[in-house]
Ligand binder design. Structure first.
Ligand SMILES: Cc1ncc(COP(=O)(O)O)c(C=O)c1O
Length: 373
């Protein structure tokens, strides 16, 4: 089996690990999570996304279960991000009424904001860097948003968004929190947390390990808050990042928020981030058991294996960011010492997050064809 060759890049145990439900819910309060579920579950077309079982892979790795939360089916937007930005737009709209919303994005978040704006008939301005593909831009435009291209990287696009939003009195809906900007990102994370609420009703097995992919950490922190609120037992929280953009691993290692230099962007574009968001840092610095980083090398292979039923009975459409949890799981499993260290064995019920489908159709086709070679 080819899986035997998979390796992870770096592994780090968090020396400050101390999971405390009250502490987590101090940074993302329970009332946010309750309101997010109440609101989103009323949206037209809402239904829980499937919780699949990678039963072929589980057999191969001799684990009890490997659950795969399939976010390719989320509101026709093909990613979990549908839950965050659109929910934040709704909340801010209810407070302010008649607004123009704006955001900077690597793709999926902006699509969610644009969709949320369209649902409420609001004007929407989305800022993207030169790295965001035309396919992703076209997806955002489909929802009627104006897309503004900015030279340089994500940070440049964010700066431009902030300057023009201030000038024009647009409401910024950003998923990244800083010292003076917490509420809107907290709303987006609360939106993500409903994944965990759904899972708590989709299986009665206790999850023992969760592999959470991270860019700025919003998804991971939102799901950790969901775990604190909805799960009876606390699983091991394993953060996975591209080795080219391991800002969570480096921050946990240095015990402080660390900005890193990205020399080359990862193919996992949504996770190619150089600095964590502040609220996720506050949550993840204690709730994370361990961090693991992976290369881009196996992304295409996993995309193809998911599609070609090598891991499960069903064919699964998983985009580039849906793969790192599986890559990290197999990589850790292949390293006996690390496998033992995190108690990965025949009793384990592992959860990986299939956070996106073919959100970038063109890239997905390329990866699929490369992975099949
Ligand atoms: C598909 C996908 N997965 C994962 C992530 C990472 O989420 P976060 O930046 O909240 O950690 C992103 C971020 O844009 C994404 O688009």
């Amino acid at each position: 089996m080819q899986n035997r060759k998979f390796k992870y890049s770096k592994f780090l145990l968090n020396k400050n690990y101390n999971f405390n439900r009250d502490y987590v819910l101090k940074y993302l309060p329970s009332k946010f999570l309750i309101d997010a579920y109440k609101s989103i579950s009323k949206w037209k077309g809402y239904h829980p996304t499937p919780l699949l079982n990678l039963n072929k892979l589980k057999k191969d790795l001799k684990l009890n279960n490997i659950f795969y939360k399939d976010e390719s089916k989320r509101f026709n937007l093909k990613s979990f991000k549908a839950l965050g930005g659109a929910y934040a737009v709704e909340k801010i709209f209810k407070k302010k009424n008649k607004i123009t919303v704006s955001s900077a994005t690597a793709g999926n978040h902006g699509k969610s904001v644009a969709w949320g704006a369209k649902r409420l008939k609001l004007k929407c301005k989305i800022f993207v860097s030169q790295h965001v593909s035309k396919t992703r831009v076209d997806e955002i435009k489909k929802f009627g948003a104006e897309v503004i291209r900015v030279k340089g990287n994500y940070e440049n696009s964010l700066r431009k968004c902030q300057i023009l939003s201030k000038k024009n009195n647009w409401s910024i809906i950003q998923d990244v929190s800083t010292k003076n900007y917490r509420y809107v990102p907290q709303l987006t994370m609360a939106g993500y947390s409903i994944l965990i609420r759904e899972i708590s009703e989709q299986t009665n097995q206790y999850i023992t390990h969760i592999f959470l992919q991270a860019g700025v950490g919003g998804l991971a922190a939102g799901l950790v808050a969901g775990v604190a609120k909805y799960f009876k037992r606390i699983p091991k929280i394993i953060i996975v990042e591209p080795d080219r953009a391991d800002c969570v691993l480096q921050s946990i290692k240095s015990k402080k928020l660390k900005k890193i230099k990205i020399k080359k962007e990862s193919i996992m574009g949504g996770m190619s981030c150089n600095e964590m968001s502040l609220v996720p840092w506050q949550i993840l610095k204690k709730a994370t058991n361990c961090c693991v980083s992976v290369t881009d090398n196996n992304v295409a292979r996993i995309v193809a294996k998911l599609k070609d039923k090598k891991f499960s009975k069903a064919s699964i459409i998983g985009g580039e960011c849906a793969t790192p949890g599986i890559i990290a799981l197999i990589g850790i499993w292949n390293d006996k010492k690390t496998r033992k260290l995190i108690n990965l064995n025949q009793n384990s019920n592992v959860l990986v997050i299939g956070c996106e489908g073919n959100a970038d159709v063109k890239l997905y086709k390329q990866l699929l064809s490369k992975g099949r070679k």
